[in-house]
Design a protein around this ligand. Structure first.
Ligand SMILES: Nc1ncnc2c1ncn2[C@@H]1O[C@H](COP(=O)(O)OP(=O)(O)OP(=O)(O)O)[C@@H](O)[C@H]1O
Length: 254
């Protein structure tokens, strides 16, 4: 499903964000702290109403369709994805099925199978009966991603999905998001992971897209200097050939 942001604006925070993610593509949103990455995603998962521009999902104005319809098409792992109460892991992941159930529908065998698959893909099946609140940061993150998978979305929004994850789970989560065949928009701080797993990268600075395109065209020394104020060398990955960055170490933040 295509996702189009057309001149998206939020008060003084976002200005004229325009980008298109075609069905099945993985798009990375990168940029310094406070550049507007999470605010962009908030407009997409409808936590925030834009003050200008349009968001289209599958060609339809996102804000013109019932929110329940949106929840059947779009799942989000957000920075605000907290679970306050003492649910089990199974119960948390089962919440992902709610948009697909009507009123007082009971969970079906199919729902349970979809949740079991999501738990196993995120390597948290062994935690199924544990209290969510008793989990480590990385385990919680994987459970929340499993909940998003259980939603079976056509569009997946991920705000720093690799937060708290060890390197093996970081690579596994990003590989999995690519393999799903759904449209993914993901905020990432790790530019090397973005280069390795994204079809397109959009660089935000001061609430504007200042560069966008294929990783090799976007992650170039001048952009890194201008936007992140770091010096970097770009080298091809020895096996995949994707651009990878080697940063010059610095003593203090300039
Ligand atoms: N509700 C709000 N009221 C006022 N300012 C806000 C609000 N929400 C976000 N901002 C400001 O908008 C800017 C963009 O915030 P946003 O969270 O989108 O940045 P980000 O790129 O995701 O940052 P980070 O990398 O630190 O997570 C920041 O300066 C932030 O302080």
């Amino acid at each position: 499903m295509d996702v189009e942001l057309d001149g998206l604006a939020v008060r003084h925070i976002l200005h004229d964000i325009t980008l298109t993610a075609r069905g099945g593509e993985v798009h990375g949103i990168v940029g310094p702290n406070g550049s507007g990455k999470s605010t962009t995603l908030r407009c997409l998962y409808r936590a925030l109403r834009p003050t200008g521009g349009v968001v289209r999902l599958g060609g339809r104005d996102l804000h013109a369709v019932p929110i329940r319809d949106t929840a059947r098409e779009l799942a989000a792992l957000t920075q605000d994805s907290h679970v306050e109460f003492d649910f089990t892991v199974t119960e948390v992941v089962a919440m992902g099925r709610l948009p697909h159930q009507a009123g007082f529908d009971r969970e079906t065998d199919e729902d349970r199978a979809i949740c079991a698959d999501a738990l196993s893909r995120m390597d948290v099946a062994h935690l199924a009966d544990r209290s969510y609140l008793s989990l480590s940061g990385g385990e919680r993150q994987r459970v929340l991603i499993a909940r998003a998978l259980a939603q079976q979305p056509k569009v997946l929004l991920l705000d720093e999905p690799t937060n708290h994850l060890d390197i093996s789970h970081q690579l596994a989560v990003l590989a999995l998001t690519r393999s799903l065949g759904v449209t993914v928009l993901t905020v990432l701080h790790d530019l090397n992971l973005a280069a390795a797993y994204c079809d397109r990268i959009h660089v935000l600075d001061g609430g504007r897209v200042v560069a966008g395109g294929k990783p090799a065209d976007v992650l170039v020394p001048q952009v890194l200097r201008d936007v992140f104020h770091v010096e970097a060398h770009v080298v091809p990955h020895p096996t995949s050939g994707v651009p990878q960055l080697l940063f010059e170490h610095q003593e203090v933040i300039p």
